[in-house]
Design a binder for this molecule. Sequence first.
Ligand code: NAD
Length: 502
Amino acid sequence: MNAMTTKRRDTALAALRRLPSPLGHFINGQSVPGDGPAFAVTEPATGGELGQVRDASEADLNAAVAAAKSAFAPWAATPGEKRKQILHKVADLIEARADEIAAVECLDAGQCWRFMSKAALRGAENFRFFADRAPGAADGEALPTADHLNYTTRKPIGPVAVITPWNTPFMLSTWKIAPALAAGCTVVHKPAEWSPYSARLLAEIAGEAGVPPGVLNSINGLGETTGKRLTEHPDIKAVAFVGESQTGSAIMRQGADTLKRVHFELGGKNPVIVFDDADLERALDAAIFMIYSLNGERCTSSSRALIQASIYDSFVEKLAARVRNLKVGDPFDPATEVGPLIHPRHLSKVASYMDVARQGGATIAAGGEKIAGEGYFFQPTLFSNAAQSMRIAQDEIFGPVLTAIPFTDEADAIAKANDIKYGLAGYLWTSNLERALRVSDALDAGMIWVNSENIRHLPTPFGGVKASGIGRDGGDWSFDFFMETKNVALARGSHKSQRLGV
Ligand code: NAD
């Protein structure tokens, strides 16, 4: 370890030491110890215990929802300009503590510094983006007729739940929490149990920035206990969820009795389609970046490379050479490209796909082994000679594992790309503009990037189709979810009404 990586790790450990142990909840502007059972959180890079965190008891959860409920009316009535100021202040404080946030993400999520330092700042950008839109969040449309002036307005839906996964915990939570607060909703946030710490930093920052008590509450706990109770609670009006498709189904069932509005950002098995007329060097860079960055624990990862048969062998050879060369190691080291997987359970899941690949008849062209020593490291892996029918092409592995599949022509590429239950993102490499337009149109996915990796412009819609999600984040789409639209019809004069029973 060099001095810089030691310093970053110390920063993260110091941030955790400041927090109560076991870590409880943040309710109504206060740190609350909680009285549920505690569970251990481990460090992916070492396997050592980082601390104990409490699963919220029913009383803790009810207190968090009650706080969000009583804070709702005043926060919804706070002028948009004021909410804007406060949310910009949140962004300022995130920027000021970006290194600390990034370090905490390296420590408890095992994500690499080179990506987390940017992700923390992206969290601030998310707040700024929605802060600027807070004053116009209630704006509607004028829809006049001869007899009536119809106009629409929007109102925040109420207290909402935000439930997030462990892969890029801080950034993902800001995507949901920033628009919810800008819309005038209050929030109960439940971060993932494997990476709970940065959520507490965000709650503290929000309080310091002037977000009133009860507007952003953070409760810790397991999915099947705390998450479930939160999604069933009658005072929670909507659930913004990011996580696995199966969990999305469970949340839909759990929320059915109370008719929850749901927004789901779920799993993916996204194709990167490389035609033989593409800029192959750039396609190679992008394909590698999109699957091996963030340890492959990325919903929009390009986990299936569909490569035209005419270039398949040479492209796979280049992929394999680059994959073997990836720098795996300490997440705090800025040179590290791939860090550890989040948890031993996840490591076992990823490792289990090596046998699945062999049994299916694919070749392990690079990687394929757990890395000996402490921590949950797995070699970046490439499967070649794969077919779309194999499980390694159908299942979301969610690790640094790429499945390379040949295709013959455009129709075959489209058929293989769409032969999957997921539909989050698609990446397409070709120099033929007409083909780019045709294939983009034909792919079953919520987002397509042509000759590019996932570079997100915040006003654009983010989300998936099929098992990858319901609804869109970003721009005004976020407000559509967190707000109710109301129409007012104002008679212009004395239009003729029907007279019954005269
Ligand atoms: P997960 O579904 O296991 O857990 C996500 C969150 O849901 C956690 O906070 C968990 O505690 C909670 N949860 C679990 N069961 C619950 C229940 N019954 N009721 C309420 N909450 C419950 O997902 P994960 O393993 O943490 O994250 C990985 C998944 O997230 C992958 O499938 C990945 O593709 C997906 N993801 C999607 C996006 C996207 O934008 N589409 C972004 C990031 C991650």
